[in-house]
Design a protein around this ligand. Structure first.
Ligand code: GLN
Length: 532
């Protein structure tokens, strides 16, 4: 049976619980343990797939096609193990399986209640990795302690730890130690109170991770240890990092957080092997190749989390090329007002990410036209590829009303249209073409060169596709179809040969990029931008 670490958060949200959990996982992995990460989210959507990025940030897609919380992106980028459907449960998902079972007669004769039925279902989720070769499962509870919504999750982890015993599970509480500028003082009271709330529901945290802006004094740590009943050495400081989230694990390792976790779980403390990560952080913080600027033209730009994996993957491309990548975030609607040159001039690369709905589409198309005509490296992803196809159809093939069925169902030239398999789909949740599918690369294309192999597997999240009726016409005009599904029916990658770097894909490569191994397309895109 695996050992468990439960991660809760106190005082406020946005403490970076996901990053901390991912960092702990990395350190334990680097001490030779097989780790899995999991997130429990206390909202009623069955998954975040139907939520706007403004509500929730990016929707992260796993290999097995689950639409999940963006923290899973951190989990995968920090550790070597892919997440699956078992890595993210929401209240909605837990309730829907209990209610389904009730309708099937699974509880005949009984009253179905939050305790024990919902909590039992949550405990079942905690056992999702029992049959795999796993040493430690780290489970992050979304939300903040004290929220009504998270109570069943907290009760479930309380029971679970009671059942598995003290040496097999530990509670890690991440909390805020704010600095009050006017008083020039750090305050431990909010943390004491949030631990108080946890204790009132029967959870006694074993360690505290204190998020803070400034270093904590010994006095603050003593105080927290005393008032929160936590060993002094288990009051760990997690100060804001100066430059990159990838520094977090190194900071935590310096304080031996991983060692304490292993000791408390009665696991042997093997030597840590983390040299490659340190080298990567060193390259990231002090690149030798200077700086470049890449524009990301999207629709949810004002929220930093909307394109999380894209921004991270660009950073990875920078690490691989020894350059610092600065990102110019551009709202595509602004391009509609001010024109592309006003907002895009001076950048070395332009990326148009995925998205839904017609707001800002014309701005994206204008940005792509600007990149194509001015020979600026261009990278289109999902909707970004669909827009690139529309732009090419309109401005190179002369199909002036070319559009996507998603935005203009009456357009004469629907160069992007609904996939056949989607035509009978009515439900919105979890019904897109989701998860990893194979793609075959055409010999001697840019894509084949970049990947260095002929068959790849990439993650998808879309309903619309390149309309095959236009394949010949587009190819004749200079658009190369360099990647297709194995049955050749679905266009997965297009590129323009007569351009320094113009590649667009139907899938989401950003989900498979890590700081230690940048995704080949991101690496090549940043290299092209650097060259420019
Ligand atoms: N809206 C487009 C589709 O459904 C693109 C989706 C995306 O960018 N993820 O096909």
């Amino acid at each position: 049976m695996p050992k468990h670490i439960f991660v809760t958060g106190g005082v406020v949200s946005s403490l970076g619980k996901g990053l901390t959990a991912a960092s702990v996982a990395l350190l334990l992995e680097r001490r030779g343990y097989r780790v899995r990460l999991q997130k429990l989210d206390p909202y009623l959507n069955v998954d975040p797939g139907t939520m706007s990025p403004y509500q929730h940030g990016e929707v992260y897609v796993t290999v097995d096609g689950a639409e999940t919380d963006l923290d899973l992106g951190h989990y995968e980028r920090f550790t070597g193990v892919p997440c699956t459907r078992a890595s993210n449960y929401t209240t909605g998902r837990i309730y829907s399986s209990v209610i389904r079972r009730e309708r099937e007669g699974g509880y005949l004769g009984r009253t179905v209640q939050v305790i024990p039925h919902i909590t039992d279902e949550i405990k079942q989720a905690l056992r999702a990795f029992d049959n795999e070769d796993v040493d430690i499962v780290i489970t992050e509870i979304g939300g903040t302690v004290g929220d009504i919504e998270s109570l069943p999750f907290l009760e479930a982890i309380r029971q679970f730890r009671q059942e598995i015993g003290r040496n097999n599970g530990l509670f890690m509480h991440i909390t805020l130690v704010p600095y009050i500028r006017a008083a020039k003082e750090m305050k431990t009271k909010p943390s004491q109170q949030s631990v108080g709330v946890l204790r009132s529901i029967g959870i006694f945290p074993d360690m505290l991770i204190c998020r803070c802006e400034q270093h904590m004094s010994n006095e603050h740590k003593d105080k927290l240890a005393l008032f929160c009943n936590v060993d002094r050495k288990l009051v760990i400081e997690e100060k804001d990092v100066d430059h990159s989230i990838y520094e977090v694990p190194l900071e935590l390792a310096r304080q031996e957080l991983d060692v304490y976790c292993l000791e408390m779980l009665n696991l042997h403390v093997n030597r840590i092997k983390i040299r490659d990560w340190e080298t990567m952080v060193e390259t990231l913080l002090h690149p030798k190749g200077g700086e470049i600027e890449i524009a990301v033209v999207g629709k949810y730009i004002s929220l930093q989390d909307s394109y999380k994996s894209i921004y991270e993957a660009l950073t990875h491309g920078g690490i691989a090329n020894d350059v610092k990548v600065n990102i110019r975030m551009i709202e595509s609607e602004d391009i509609e007002i001010k024109g592309p040159a006003a907002l895009l001039s001076g950048v070395q690369g332009i990326l148009v990410p995925g998205g839904f709905g017609d707001r800002g589409i014309e701005g994206k198309i204008a940005a792509i036209k600007y990149a194509r005509e001015n020979k600026i490296p261009f990278f289109g992803i999902c909707l970004g590829m669909q827009c690139a196809v529309m732009e090419f159809a309109r401005n190179v093939c002369g199909l002036t009303d070319a559009n996507s069925q998603e935005f203009a169902p009456a357009a004469a030239h629907q160069v992007i249209h609904l996939m056949e398999e989607q035509k009978t789909v009515a439900d919105k949740g979890g019904t897109m073409r989701l998860g990893a599918y194979p793609c075959v690369l055409k010999k001697d294309t840019h894509a084949a060169k970049v990947y260095g192999v002929r068959e790849i597997s990439e993650r998808h999240r879309h309903r619309f596709e390149f309309n095959n009726a236009y394949r010949e016409q587009m190819q004749a005009a200079g658009m190369c179809i360099s990647g297709v599904s194995p049955d050749e029916k679905l266009v997965e990658i297009v590129e323009i040969t007569d351009h320094p770097w113009f590649t667009a894909c139907q899938f989401h490569p950003e989900f498979q990029s890590t700081p230690l191994q940048a995704h080949p397309l991101f690496k090549a895109f940043v290299a092209a931008a650097k060259k420019k």
